[in-house]
Design a protein. Structure first.
Length: 176
């Protein structure tokens, strides 16, 4: 199931790129980064490959990539780069805001969490997966589906089902 959805999302992403982002994303694609390279899980069973610490120290306010301060076109370009060239971002602190989304994958029996970031016309949405550090229960500790959120964390990767997936490890989620 996960592989089928990943393939569908990759096709939708490719169609959006070919059509100049003229179509709207399907509900299934809102919760996923370009699945050709990415996916994440909750804390159990994942191996992080970033050399950064498990928990981001954001107390000094230093952010490597601040998606909240970019124009909509630049945000979309930067997120696209994160999806297509994830190794360039490993260990970097990423700050982002967007719509909270979540999906439960039957195959892994895990919940996956995303921040969905849209361009100015909201036609070219891209989801960035995140893991909230600490002991947080689903759904009671998480925002409502569709809530506007902001967060910052370290870009990392893990192995699951024989593939490498990318995510952002965050300490806090701010409701906007």
């Amino acid at each position: 199931m996960k592989k089928m959805i990943a393939l569908l999302l990759a096709c939708l992403f490719a169609l959006g790129a070919l059509s100049g982002c003229s179509g709207e994303d399907s509900p299934a694609s809102k919760g996923a980064t370009a699945q050709a390279q990415d996916k994440q899980s909750s804390d159990s069973g994942k191996k992080t490959t970033s050399d950064a610490g498990e928990i981001a120290d954001l107390s000094n306010g230093e952010v490597d990539v601040d998606l909240t301060k970019l124009t909509s076109i630049l945000v979309y370009s930067e997120v696209n780069n994160m999806v297509n060239y994830p190794a360039r971002y490993l260990g970097k602190v990423i700050k982002m805001k967007g719509m909270y989304s979540t999906e439960f994958w039957e195959e892994t029996k895990k919940d996956y969490h995303y921040v969905v970031i849209a361009d100015a016309t909201a036609c070219c949405q891209q989801g960035l997966e995140f893991i909230w550090n600490g002991d947080h229960k689903v759904p009671e500790d998480y925002p409502e589906f569709g809530a506007e959120v902001e967060m910052a964390g370290i870009f990392k990767s893990y192995e699951e089902q024989g593939k490498t997936w990318y995510y952002i490890a965050v300490d806090d989620i701010t409701l906007l």
